[in-house]
Design a protein around this ligand. Structure first.
Ligand code: LRY
Length: 236
C-alpha cells in the first residue's frame, strides 16, 4: 500500500496549494479548487497546509495529499508541522503523507524529532512520513530515524543552508546519491527545465508551489520583467 503510493508519485509533479490568511486566495474552498486545477493539469499529488485545507482537498479529489500545518511558537524557529499536536491533526484530516520539519534546530518545547516519529508510527501507521530538510546531513539523519521520504523543502530557509535564488540542485543530487529512500525536490523550482533537471539528478518527484499556485508572485514576476526591460530601453 505504502509502496504503491510511492510508486504513484514516481517521476511526477506534486503541486503545493497554499495561501496564508490575508492573501487573496486564502480559504479551503479555493485551495480545493486549485487542487482540482492541478489534477486537471496532470499533477500526481498535492501538498497542502492546515487540517481545514487538507480535509477540503481530500473531500474533493482522490489524489494523494502531503499534509503540513505551519504553526509558530515563541521558543523555536521550526514552523512546518513543528510539534506532535500539528502532526496528529494533519493525519486526522486525512493526509496520506505527513511532512515535518526535520532540521536539526531546537523544536518547540524541546520535543525530540525521534519521539514525534515514534508516536506517529504508533498512532497513524497508514501515513508515510516526509522529512523536510535543509542539508544533506539532516537528510541522512532523517533516513536513520525511519522517515519514508526526504524533501529538500527547507534549503535556503535555515541560517546554515545555502541562500540562493535557484533550487538547491546540489542537495537533490547529494541526497539521491547518499540515501536509499525517495528524495523529493522542493523549493524555488520555476520551470519545467528545472523540474526535469531535478529528476535527472535522482529526485523521485518534484514539488512546486509558488510558480503554479501563487498568482500574486507570478504576476509580479511579469510586472518586474516588464519594468526592467522598459528601464533598459529608456537608457538606450
Ligand atoms: C520554506 C517553506 O515554508 N516552504 C513551504 C512548504 O510547504 C511552502 O511555502 C512552499 O511554497 C513549498 O515548499 C513549495 O516551494 P516553492 O513555493 O518555492 O515552489
Amino acid at each position: 500500500m505504502k509502496k504503491d503510493l510511492i510508486q504513484a508519485l514516481s517521476g511526477g509533479l506534486i503541486v503545493s496549494c497554499q495561501a496564508y490568511a490575508g492573501e487573496p486566495l486564502f480559504g479551503s474552498d479555493t485551495m480545493a479548487k486549485l487542487a482540482v486545477a492541478a489534477r486537471e493539469g496532470g499533477a500526481v499529488g498535492i501538498r497542502a497546509n492546515s487540517p481545514a485545507d487538507i480535509a477540503a482537498i481530500k473531500g474533493t479529489l482522490s489524489l494523494p495529499v502531503i499534509g503540513i500545518w505551519k504553526a509558530r511558537y515563541e521558543d523555536s524557529q521550526v514552523y512546518i508541522t513543528p510539534t506532535v499536536t500539528e502532526a496528529a491533526a494533519v493525519a486526522e484530516a486525512g493526509a496520506d503523507i505527513i511532512a515535518i520539519d526535520a532540521t536539526s534546530r531546537r523544536r518547540p518545547g524541546g520535543e525530540s524529532l525521534s519521539d514525534i516519529v515514534a508516536l506517529l508510527r504508533a498512532s497513524y501507521p497508514q501515513c508515510l512520513l516526509m522529512a523536510d530538510v535543509s542539508t544533506a546531513e539532516e537528510g541522512l539523519q532523517a533516513e536513520a530515524m525511519g522517515f519514508d521520504i526526504i524533501s529538500t523543502t527547507l534549503s535556503g530557509y535555515t541560517e546554515y543552508s545555502p541562500q540562493q535564488k535557484e533550487p538547491d540542485f546540489d542537495l537533490v543530487a547529494k541526497l539521491s546519491r547518499k540515501t536509499s529512500i525517495p528524495v523529493f525536490a522542493e523549493g524555488r523550482i520555476q520551470s519545467p527545465e528545472q523540474a526535469y533537471q531535478c529528476l535527472l539528478l535522482g529526485a523521485h518527484a518534484v514539488v512546486i508551489g509558488s510558480a503554479i499556485t501563487r498568482p500574486e508572485a507570478i504576476t509580479k514576476k511579469f510586472v518586474d520583467g516588464l519594468t526592467q526591460r522598459a528601464e533598459l530601453v529608456g537608457k538606450e
